[in-house]
Design a protein around this ligand. Structure first.
Ligand SMILES: C[S@@+](CC[C@H](N)C(=O)[O-])C[C@H]1O[C@@H](n2cnc3c(N)ncnc32)[C@H](O)[C@@H]1O
Length: 362
């Protein structure tokens, strides 16, 4: 017998979907407006920026929009089938907006000045730069004090959401499905004994999502920035469940024992690493994973899978000071994973991001 659709279920889903679409649209409109206004002002104050980047063609803009829509639908569908709860789709953009948006504007003149004066490694004297790899001591995105200040940590999430027109979290969430699928290899282990590490966890947004999708797992996050870890601690302390363990460390060389984790993730790290550090982080993930464990990497799209977006990939490192990005866009990460002995290597693209899913052989 054919089952009748449950109207009570249908109505809330329709409203929730409309609310989600409305939220995404509002984030997009706001992000585009912010970038348009701030770029116009920058063109007056820093005219040297003109001519350095190329405009996007109408065809590229249309394709971007199409890919953003597909990402949104995938995000919605994954919540519908229970990869993560629907509440995650509504996680805190406007909260951060009201708190930090004025500071985004206040920081812009410093960003323009660094652009104008080609100051790529400028840090205030009070910032302690001891012990960090030299490749890390950069004003990535022209951020004031790079990753090493509380102001930078406070503004980061909002700046990234604006950069991706409100789709940054939707791209981060795409790691959850392959991670959960990979963890199926450990069904014989109690959920609370599953250990997942997020390498370069930043302000903790990905860990928050993993907590939502895997309520019982033991979560770990590591990052080089004490300021970003402080921010992550603040964010993660707000959510119920066991607090993820945060540790300051270099993803190239972490203090965890061999074979410790069942899953490892890393989001938006690899394009900020020079090639040898990329390889080293992959080797380190291999060492820390249990046999049968899964690594999921999310980062920018690359030239080979998105030739239509070449202009975006050319503009990005100019606008945002990303010294290792150009090399990253043509780097063969699959080969790096194979070299580290990963198997079952798969890739996937969503909007302007790319994913590598790989397993450590049993
Ligand atoms: C673009 S942010 C990504 C942060 C976060 N994963 C996200 O989704 O927003 C890059 C992060 O990588 C961290 N990072 C860069 N190099 C690192 C390294 N070698 N080891 C650990 N963390 C690193 C930075 O401190 C920063 O938090």
């Amino acid at each position: 017998m054919q089952s009748t659709p449950n109207i009570n279920q249908f109505i809330p889903d329709t409203f929730t979907k409309l609310a989600y679409q409305g939220l995404q649209e509002s984030k997009k409109i706001f992000s585009v407006a912010h970038k348009t206004i701030s770029n116009r002002i920058a063109d007056i104050i820093v005219p040297e920026r003109n001519g350095k980047t190329k405009p996007l063609s109408p065809a590229t803009l249309a394709k971007l929009q199409e890919q953003a829509k597909i990402l949104q639908e995938t995000d919605w569908q994954d919540a519908q089938v229970g990869v993560y709860p629907s509440e995650l789709l509504f996680d805190n953009f406007w909260g951060d907006f009201f708190r930090y948006y004025p500071e985004v504007w206040l920081d812009l003149p410093k960003i323009w000045s660094k652009f104008q004066n080609k100051e790529y490694q400028k840090f205030d004297p009070e910032i302690d730069r001891e012990g960090y790899p030299s490749y890390y001591l950069q004003n990535f995105h022209y951020q004031t004090n790079g990753y090493l200040s509380d102001l930078s940590a406070n503004l980061y999430d909002l700046q990234v959401e604006i950069l991706f027109n409100g789709s940054a979290d939707a791209m981060r969430r795409r790691i959850l499905k392959p991670l959960k699928q990979g963890l199926q290899a450990f069904l014989d282990i109690p959920a609370s004994q599953i250990r997942v590490l997020d390498v370069a966890c930043g302000t903790g947004r990905t860990l928050k999502m993993i907590r939502s999708a895997l309520s019982k797992a033991s979560l770990f996050g590591t990052d080089l920035s004490p300021a970003y870890l402080r921010k992550a601690n603040e964010l993660l302390s707000e959510i119920p469940g066991e607090l993820p363990q945060l540790l300051q460390g270099n993803g190239e060389n972490l203090p965890y024992t061999d074979n410790y984790f069942h899953g490892i993730t890393s989001v938006f790290l690899f394009h900020e690493l020079p090639p040898n550090a990329r390889q080293q982080v992959i080797e380190e993930c291999y060492r820390m994973l249990q046999p049968g464990g899964t690594l999921v990497i999310c980062d920018s799209m690359q030239v080979s899978d998105s030739p239509d977006f070449q202009t975006i990939m050319d503009n990005f490192p100019i606008m945002y000071h990303e010294p290792y990005y150009k090399h990253y866009t043509t780097d063969n990460i699959e080969e790096r994973l194979s070299q580290a002995r990963f198997v079952d290597i798969r890739t996937k693209n969503h909007f302007v991001s790319k994913y590598w899913i790989a397993r450590k052989d049993k």
